[in-house]
Design a protein around this ligand. Structure first.
Ligand code: NAD
Length: 265
């Protein structure tokens, strides 16, 4: 069926926890073999590998910092050596370093931009090069390759106290669209997913302190699970979405609908 990823190889960055781990497992359930990149949490990566293998797919784990060019190239070398040519790339690794604006250190700014934006650039640039080298694989997918960026509702919603994060995701938005415009004619399909509030490590403290306040921002009334994003990403990279290109799929329970206006008329 159009949702099967049988015979395809995927790379997921930041796959040792949260959304990356769920997407790696989701891609495996759909039939893809998966390169599981992690930064420091090797134990987490091992758990993701078990989930991939339980789904009946092959997986391989590899350490690497997405902000470093040589590390990113190694992810792709690893895929080609261990699994085969890369068909699917989910650029997911991301961090927050929150701070009031005037007190934000240059280090906090650069760390977030390096992982969230430069990482997305390096990973997608290498993906395009490898897709071109590989060529179209007849019978595997009509696309030469598929790239999905993990953006955020904060590519659209400003976020006080996190200008580094919002700026990085705003950057990912136009990176995605400009890249899609540039390489679409080569049958490289480029999209992003924009999660709302998803229960992962990145926001564990905020959820512990403010779960009700967060829920009040979500018309659909629940905080999301990593699997909600996995399902969206699996669809986006599948042939069922073959005509979806340059699109950002908001999976946010309606967070971008300005719920502050409910009952305000
Ligand atoms: P998470 O902290 O569980 O996952 C982030 C992952 O990125 C971790 O596995 C971490 O090890 C990895 N990582 C960090 N720096 C890295 C680097 N330099 N190189 C490689 N890997 C690195 O949190 P998450 O919520 O799963 O975040 C994943 C992505 O989802 C991020 O891009 C985040 O901005 C985005 N996102 C999350 C939410 C949410 O509510 N959780 C909402 C919108 C967007």
């Amino acid at each position: 069926n159009g949702l099967s990823l049988e015979g395809q190889n995927a790379i997921v960055t930041g796959a040792s926890s949260g959304i990356g781990a769920a997407v790696a497992a989701g891609l495996a359930k759909a039939g893809a073999d998966v390169v599981i990149n992690f930064h420091s949490d090797e134990e987490g990566a091992e758990k993701t590998l078990s989930a991939v293998e339980r789904a009946g797919s092959r997986g391989v784990i590899i350490r690497g910092d997405v902000g470093r060019e040589s590390d990113v190239n190694k992810l792709f070398d690893c895929c080609e050596a261990e699994l085969g040519p890369v068909d699917i790339v989910f650029s997911n690794a991301g961090i927050q370093r929150d701070s009031a604006f005037a007190e934000m250190s240059l280090d906090d700014w650069e760390a977030v931009i390096s992982t969230n934006l430069t990482g997305a650039f390096l990973v997608s640039r290498e993906a395009v090069k490898r897709f071109r080298k590989k060529g179209l694989r007849e019978g595997v997918s009509p696309a030469l390759g598929k790239i999905v960026f993990d953006s955020s509702v904060h590519q659209r919603i400003p976020w006080a106290g996190r200008v580094n994060y919002a700026a990085s995701k705003g950057g990912v938005s136009l990176l995605m669209q400009s890249l899609a415009q540039e390489v679409g004619h080569e049958k490289i399909r480029v999209n992003s997913v924009a999660p709302g509030a998803i229960a992962t490590d990145i926001n564990a403290d905020e959820r512990a302190e403010n779960a009700d306040a967060i829920r009040s921002l979500i018309p659909y009334g629940r905080i999301g699970d990593p699997e909600d994003i996995a399902q969206a990403v699996v669809w986006l990279v599948s042939d069922a979405a073959d005509y979806v290109h340059g699109h950002c799929l908001f999976a946010d329970g309606g967070m971008t609908l300005y719920p502050g206006f409910i009952g305000n008329g």
